[in-house]
Design a protein around this ligand. Structure first.
Ligand code: SIN
Length: 490
């Protein structure tokens, strides 16, 4: 049961051209609480027609929005930011109810998402080009940054607020307009956020949200991919879907930002501060129940510190409280759905069948209130032959691999098509630089498990995608470069 102090934050229709509208076919789909696996709301189930209407609105709004002075766009973003923070508690309740993360983490997500809005409000006023030294007398060479146009944002369920905020905010700061489709598991947070953007005074058509069920999502997304008015697609989600978007957007050569799957290594060297490494692993592995693209999927621990590390880690993991967001003590909530729990169980069973040993956890948690819980787990004797070493588990499972030397662990860490994040703990400054440079990932946490921040460029290499979110690079991704050459000045 979702009770809010501001019930008007709950919307169930699409936001198109400043109007809340039913889907064209009046279809709806259910939104489920992962804690109970029961439906508690329903929202518009849109199709290609709704998707195109949203593009009509965004394309019509683009000329005026892109010409608006950057300071005015920034002021609107700042108002939006203030409203998000003013509704932190309600937004956190919506996030917890549709996504499952404990309330404390959901509040953290509201602040994290809001920080991107504030950052890009500030960056909007710092967009600048270049004046280049002329190569030929009598000519002036100027470089301008211009918004790319209509942006389609396709966002995941694991951070229902932060991911859409970190796509919409830079788009608007750059002068783009947006059509967005949140994940079918978590549409309510995106709709609430868009409602607050409207309340902040965002002109109609600048932010449009279209919701769709799993079944109808391809219709909406394919309509955007085929539409030449959509000039950029930004997506966070799986690598297979990212590849589909890259292929299908090639016909109209859209700009793309793809934040895709990861398989993050977390390396503990023999010279590491073990307590700090355990803290870092707890923060990065068990945040959001292990359902993050950047969470460690493979934990490599040096042979000489292996047993001490595992003992300290297991003690902390056993103490984690599993439960729904309605329990204040909850630290690990339900997984998003039954498919997710099945995948985690399959990975653990496969690992055990191939020789891994369960130190703690390793099973589903049977609770009267719902079926989607999995116990926080530590496994030892993990090997590259196990499914969890090459597929993202996306759950609260820390498999420990033993290693003996630096070259071997770097080779194993890089032995994956993915390259999103990596982490390592060491106190040797020479090793720190060597390893940081050798790891084939877009982001590296050095003696740090919590690496995401609005001021930092978030993104991967290899099959984890391209483009960056956050930081000034995150704004650049929504602009193109125009060169002006003015002659006859001599
Ligand atoms: C993700 O899981 O894709 C995002 C995680 C983050 O922003 O820290």
């Amino acid at each position: 049961m979702l009770t809010l102090s501001e019930p008007t934050l709950l919307h169930s229709q699409n936001l198109i051209d400043g109007q809340w509208r039913d889907a064209g076919l009046r279809a709806r789909f259910a939104v489920t609480d992962p804690a109970t696996a029961e439906a508690f709301a329903n929202v518009a189930d849109s199709d290609a027609g709704d998707a195109s209407l949203a593009v009509d609105a965004a394309a019509a709004a683009f000329p005026a929005w892109s010409r608006r002075p950057a300071r005015e766009r920034a002021q609107l973003l700042k108002r939006w930011h203030a409203l998000i923070l003013a509704h932190e508690d309600d937004l956190a309740r919506i996030i917890s109810t549709e996504q499952g993360k404990p309330l404390k983490e959901a509040r953290g997500e509201v602040q994290y998402g809001a920080s991107y809005v504030e950052w890009f409000a500030e960056e909007a006023t710092r967009i600048c080009g270049d004046i280049v030294a002329e190569a030929v007398p009598g000519r002036k060479l100027l470089v301008l940054k211009e918004p790319v146009g209509v942006v389609a944002a396709i966002t995941p369920w694991n951070f229902p607020l932060a991911m859409i905020a970190r796509k919409i905010a830079p788009a608007l700061a750059a002068g783009c307009t947006v059509v967005a489709k949140p994940a079918e598991d978590t549409p309510l947070t995106a709709l609430a956020l868009a409602g607050l953007a409207q309340q902040a005074g965002m002109p109609k058509g600048v932010v449009n949200i279209v919701t769709a069920s799993r079944e109808h999502t391809p219709g909406v997304v394919d309509a955007w991919l085929a539409d030449s008015r959509v000039r950029k697609v930004t997506f966070t989600g799986s690598t297979p879907v990212g590849k589909h978007l890259a292929r299908e957007s090639a016909a109209t050569l859209k700009k793309l930002s793809l934040e895709l799957g990861g398989n993050a290594p977390f390396i503990v060297f023999d010279d590491a501060d073990l307590d700090a490494a355990v803290d870092g692993l707890m923060a990065s592995k068990f945040r959001n129940g292990g359902q993050t693209c950047v969470c460690p999927n493979r934990v490599y621990v040096h042979d000489t510190v292996h047993d001490a590390f595992v003992e300290r880690l297991a003690q902390r993991v056993r103490a984690l409280h599993v439960g729904p967001a309605t329990e204040d003590a909850a630290q690990i909530g339900p997984m998003i759905n039954a498919r997710a729990v099945d995948k985690i169980a399959r990975h653990v069973e496969d690992a055990v069948a191939r020789g891994a040993r369960v130190v703690t956890g390793g099973k589903r948690v049977r609770r009267a209130d719902g079926p989607n819980y999995y116990a926080p787990t530590v496994l030892v004797d993990a090997t590259p032959a196990m499914a969890l070493s090459c597929e993202e588990t996306f759950g609260p499972v820390a498999p420990i691999f033993r290693f003996r030397d630096e070259a071997e662990v770097i080779r194993d860490a890089n032995d994956t098509p993915f390259g999103l994040a990596a982490y390592f703990y060491s106190s040797d400054v020479r090793r720190i630089w060597r390893v940081a440079q050798a790891l084939e990932t877009g982001m590296v946490g050095i003696n740090e498990g919590a690496i995401a921040a609005e001021a930092a460029p978030f993104g991967g290499v290899k099959e984890s995608g391209y483009g960056r979110e956050g930081s000034r690079h995150g704004l650049d991704d929504y602009m193109h470069t125009k060169y002006l050459c003015q002659g006859q000045l001599g």
